[in-house]
Design a protein around this ligand. Structure first.
Ligand code: NOJ
Ligand code: NOJ
Length: 709
């Protein structure tokens, strides 16, 4: 390489990295995500339609819904102004890693991994999405274009498995082109080789069995652990801002804490995962919110999803949504980090369930103003749906046949994405029901003096008289923020007391959504977000909100001040100080010492690595009793003895021996014991002195002890 070329490459890389760093984010509360099934969006590069290494998986006629149809990363890049014009600020794209190259059916017709969930090489980009050298060029170009337009790139990422073991390449996994293992050739134990999951309420099966024939990765294997972490770091260094983690209920739960920690240590990022089904009626609901509250990984909100589909498509009463939100808000510590959606690539579209555009608009307006980070599925803004086989997968993965910027849905998304940017009540605020009947839902979002009041009438023919409505909006007359796009009119508010100002009586016409809002001026700093929510001393953390002032103040963890890298009126970047591990209320103070509302952050003891604990011959348990581990650091629960604080439940495929993977601070000596937490909450400790273990400095660890009687 000549020195001129080297200098150019060097300067280019430095500039690119600086640019990419600016674009990354540790929370997405003010974003609107647009979910794209990459293969079905837009064909921007015909040269990758039928690449040589995986020839024959493409169907140019788009008759076979299980084949590749030609959409690619270049196509998304070419549609960037359409995406930006909709107001969305992040795109979630299909898993982008190299997928298996062969037909998954043992004979015709073609069944191809056009969706991206059948990885063969996590170190490379899929040739149908990029180019036939599996190079990073198309991905880099997409990221650059997205960032230039203020749009973040979220990559779908599946840690649980490689590819289908019943056909195709039989699970074969590669490391940058070098074969590692397959279902039938796995001398190093990279896969679990268990049967398909049959009991979806069995914690052991969920994590260690096979999900629908997808070759199940053994994340506790040091090579696989390192492989997955290195691979995602590559996507981070190529500019990915965040990741949607596929099937987090099926990868090893304890290991995922170390995975998240390793992502956050690489560069700022936001992670959210698919824990199906984390609604309040699921038997493992408690496991689901414990995971979201402790791991640093947000979750897709399936409770929201099913309630919204029930209410807007199947015409259930609004009380169903109201009950879901209030239950989840009391269980999920970071409920504004829940990622909300009503359509996805895994279920029939709302318009298939009920072909009524009013209802689609109403559901969208609710999604975009409710608590949580909203996801719009590509094509919903064009009213696309295909109802073959009730619109289920793959018929929900329609071809994006229209890019009109004049649909009502497109404009609605733009309006409400703008509101989210400008009124912090939407991204950071609380959620409160103000008025409810079967067809009408009026709710308020509030962040200090920022308020948004939203009224929805989903009935297609009946208007309702609304009386006795109170709001935190100050007295005055409010125009509909949507300018009547969905039928809303003015609202008059008079002064009341205690944040309850009476609204004048009015009639909410059939199929109407009205949004009234007001942005206040802070009298003290107001904190709305912290990201990540967990990490060790030295990790970079961003606190966001408003009214911080432009001169640098302080962030306190207990009485210890963090060192500040960047301070602006709305955002502070600091590093976690060297304080004792534990749960803190981080406290921002402005330059004149005025304190903001505190926000929870968990300080870890050190960077995490996964350790597998086994305790043999544990004390007997009956139904509903479980063995847990607890110990002297926050990673082990700080001697906590409850379901939420201790580590577990442990797993007992070899009862009365129990095991559990827990992510622990590298290089630290920990003390621990095993306990039984009975169904009624009563606790039995094992006898003797504490066990001790020094966590390795890197790789993975394991501990095997006997229960002490
Ligand atoms: C859930 C994904 O959303 C789905 O589309 C995929 O097939 C499975 N996980 C397996 O990766
Ligand atoms: C009770 C345990 O038996 C003991 O080993 C441990 O040190 C303490 N809890 C910690 O509080």
């Amino acid at each position: 390489m000549t020195s001129r070329r080297f200098k150019f490459a060097f300067l280019f890389t430095v500039t690119l990295l600086a640019f990419l760093r600016m674009a990354t984010a540790q929370d997405l509360k003010k974003q609107v995500i647009y979910q794209i099934v990459t293969d079905r969006f837009f064909n921007g590069d015909a040269t990758n339609d039928n690449p040589p290494q995986s020839a024959g998986l493409f169907d140019s006629t788009q008759a076979n819904w299980f084949a590749y149809w030609g959409g690619d990363l270049a196509g998304i890049q070419q549609k960037m102004s359409y995406i930006k014009g909709m107001g969305v600020t992040a795109i979630w794209i299909s898993p982008t890693v190299d997928n298996e190259n062969k037909n998954m059916n043992t004979s015709a017709p073609i069944s191809a991994p056009y969706h991206g969930y059948d990885a063969r090489d996590f170190m490379r980009v899929e040739e149908h999405f990029g180019d036939s050298s599996n190079s990073w060029t198309a991905f880099n170009n997409l990221v650059t274009a997205a960032h230039q337009n203020g749009i973040k790139v979220i990559v779908d990422w599946a840690n649980n498995h490689s590819n289908y073991n019943g056909g195709g390449e039989s699970g074969a996994l590669y490391n940058n082109g070098v074969f590692m293992a397959s279902d039938s050739s796995d001398p190093n134990g990279y896969f679990h080789h268990n049967p398909n999951i049959s009991d979806y309420n069995d914690r052991y099966q969920l994590q260690y069995y096979t999900l629908d024939g997808l070759e199940d990765l053994n994340q506790e294997n040091a090579t696989i652990d390192n492989y997955l972490k290195t691979a995602i770091h590559q996507f981070q260094s190529h500019g990915a801002d965040g990741f949607r983690l596929d099937a987090i209920k099926h990868a090893t739960w304890g290991w995922e804490y170390s995975f998240a920690n390793s992502v956050f240590n690489q560069s700022p990022s936001f992670l959210f995962g698919e824990w199906y089904n984390n609604n309040q009626y699921d038997p493992l609901y408690h496991d689901a919110y414990k995971f979201a509250n402790k791991s640093g990984i947000g979750e897709l909100d399936f409770g929201f999803n099913s309630s919204v589909r029930d209410v807007f498509a199947s015409n259930n009463n609004f009380s169903e949504i109201d009950a879901t939100i209030s239950a989840e808000n009391s269980n999920f510590t970071w409920n504004n980090d829940l990622v909300t959606f009503f359509d996805s690539h895994d279920e029939s579209r709302l318009l298939t369930l009920n072909n009524n555009n009013n209802r689609l608009h109403e559901a969208m307006a609710f999604l975009l103003t409710c608590r949580g980070i909203p996801v719009i599925l590509y094509g919903d803004e064009q009213y696309l749906h295909n109802d073959t086989n009730s619109g289920n997968d793959p018929y929900n993965r329609v071809w994006m046949s229209s890019f009109s910027t004049s649909t009502t849905a497109y404009q609605l998304i733009n309006k409400l994405a703008t509101l989210r940017k400008n009124n912090d009540a939407i991204g950071y605020g609380g959620f409160r029901q103000r008025w409810l009947n079967n067809d009408v839902y009026i709710y308020e979002r509030q962040f200090f003096n920022d308020v948004a009041l939203v009224a929805i009438n989903k009935n297609d023919s009946t208007g309702y008289a609304v009386s006795g409505l109170y709001t935190a909006l100050p007295s005055g007359t409010y125009g509909d923020y949507l300018n009547g796009l969905l039928g809303g009119a003015n609202l008059a508010v008079t002064a009341g007391s205690g944040g309850n100002n009476p609204a004048n009586n009015f009639t909410l016409p059939a199929h109407t959504v009205a949004v009234w809002q007001s942005v206040g001026t802070p009298s003290a700093p107001e904190v709305g977000s912290i990201g990540p929510t967990v990490g060790q001393p030295g990790l970079k953390v961003i606190i966001a909100g408003k009214g911080f002032g432009n001169s640098t103040g302080q962030i306190l963890f207990g009485s210890t001040a963090a060192s500040i890298q960047l301070w602006s009126d709305t955002s502070v970047t600091c590093t976690v100080p060297s304080v004792t591990n534990g749960i803190y209320q981080a406290q921002l103070k402005n330059s004149s010492g005025t304190a903001a509302n505190p926000i929870q952050f968990t300080v870890l003891t050190g960077q995490l690595i996964p350790v597998t604990f086994t305790v043999n011959n544990a004390t007997p348990t009956s139904t509903g009793d479980y063995i847990f581990a607890t110990g002297n650091t926050i990673e082990l629960g700080n001697w906590g003895t409850t379901f939420d604080t201790a580590s577990g439940p442990m797993l007992d495929p070899n009862y009365p021996n129990w095991f559990l993977n827990v992510s622990l601070p590298a290089g630290v000596q920990v003390q621990f014991k095993f306990i039984k937490i009975a169904a009624n909450g009563s606790v039995t400790w094992e006898n003797g002195s504490n066990h001790q273990y020094t966590v390795p400095g890197s790789g993975t660890g394991s501990v095997n002890v006997n229960w002490q009687y």
